[in-house]
Design a protein around this ligand. Structure first.
Ligand SMILES: NC(=O)c1ccc[n+]([C@@H]2O[C@H](COP(=O)([O-])OP(=O)(O)OC[C@H]3O[C@@H](n4cnc5c(N)ncnc54)[C@H](OP(=O)(O)O)[C@@H]3O)[C@@H](O)[C@H]2O)c1
Length: 305
């Protein structure tokens, strides 16, 4: 048995024992991401993660060094969550080699997806991901954008029962899926739901986030920067002075802190090819978060941009 704990493992263990809050400030202070519980489980996750679509595509032109340095930066802040989606096999094979490096293998919580139609095609896709990523069991398996939901959901349940995946769920990245998602959440109460949410796209607050809290569903957030569009909106505008009241250092953190202030959010996925952006994003998990009145002010401020 490996008896060496890295910082993340130690903090995760302490957090799940419920003793983290009782430790002296010096132990928890500094640059370690807080963790939130997966509802109904003893397991916790650090509140900022990586969405890997862009950095994996970037492997084609830049090799694996950029995505390695991004993941290394995430881990240095105590992060672990990496969301993935099946890509062409030659690309996932290279990414899979990164995920299996000894410095990353046991340090990450890997979420992946089914993106295709058809029962057999779905199973073949999961098996390929599992083989290329060298993960058995997978941590989290999601049906991407509710694709062929009724076909794949029984497969996911069977895989979970067989212990081939630890958690199962679904994703959406657009409001047009919300009605179907809500009905599915009420019917199946999946372990995880991934949805889009940001300071400029916040309609998940109306029904879905409160419902997730009621049903005990973990929430992963995608689109914190609307796939980068957010930066085009805020570009040229100064960060307001009052953002210092919730320890905000950048526009990226402005949206991330807005998201993280919602108690139903378990972890926000931020997609980047750059280690310094990963650092900026991880740092959003440190320090204070805005309260409801401040969140209204934040929405009002950026609504005109
Ligand atoms: N249906 C689905 O299941 C679905 C759909 C969409 C997304 N997702 C998931 O969500 C993840 C996030 O994707 P998203 O599309 O929503 O992207 P996003 O995180 O909202 O935005 C990513 C963009 O923001 C830039 N960026 C990141 N951090 C920055 C920072 N600190 N400062 C300035 N620019 C920054 C990145 O460029 P740089 O490379 O220059 O940093 C990138 O162009 C995806 O990777 C995926 O895992 C899932």
């Amino acid at each position: 048995m490996n008896t060496k704990f890295n910082r993340r493992e130690l903090l995760t263990a302490l957090s799940s024992l419920g003793v983290l809050g009782t430790l002296p400030a010096a132990v928890t202070a500094g640059d370690v991401l807080p963790q939130r519980a997966i509802p109904g489980r003893r397991e916790t996750l650090p509140i900022v993660g990586l969405g890997s679509t862009k950095p994996v595509r970037f492997i084609r032109e830049a090799g694996t060094a950029p995505v390695e340095s991004v993941i290394r930066k995430l881990i240095s802040y105590g992060g672990s969550v990496v969301d993935t989606s099946p890509r062409p096999a030659e690309l996932d094979a290279r990414f899979g080699q990164v995920l299996q490096q000894s410095e990353f293998r046991d340090a990450l919580f890997i979420a992946t997806k089914i993106t295709v139609f058809g029962k057999e095609q779905g199973i073949a896709q999961i098996e390929q991901t599992q083989r290329l990523f060298g993960r058995d069991p997978l941590d989290l398996l999601q049906i991407s954008s509710l694709t062929d939901l009724e076909t794949h959901w029984p497969t996911l349940r069977a895989w979970k029962e067989a212990g081939r995946v630890r958690y199962i769920g679904v994703t959406v990245a657009h409001e047009r899926f919300y009605q179907r998602l809500e009905a599915f959440m009420k019917r199946e109460a999946p372990d995880f739901v991934q949805l889009n949410y940001s300071v400029m796209e916040y309609s998940a607050e109306e029904r879905l986030l409160p419902l997730a809290a009621d049903l005990g569903i973990a929430i992963l957030v995608n689109g914190p920067f609307m796939n980068g569009e957010f930066f085009a909106h805020v570009g040229g505008h100064e960060l307001p002075d009052w953002s210092a009241e919730f320890d905000c250092e950048s526009w990226a953190q402005y949206s991330l802190k807005y998201i993280l202030a919602h108690p139903a959010v378990t972890c926000v996925l931020t997609e980047t090819t750059k280690a310094q952006h990963m650092e900026d994003n991880a740092r959003a998990g440190l320090g204070r978060l805005p309260d409801d009145a401040m969140k209204r002010r934040m929405r009002d401020y950026t609504s005109g941009f």
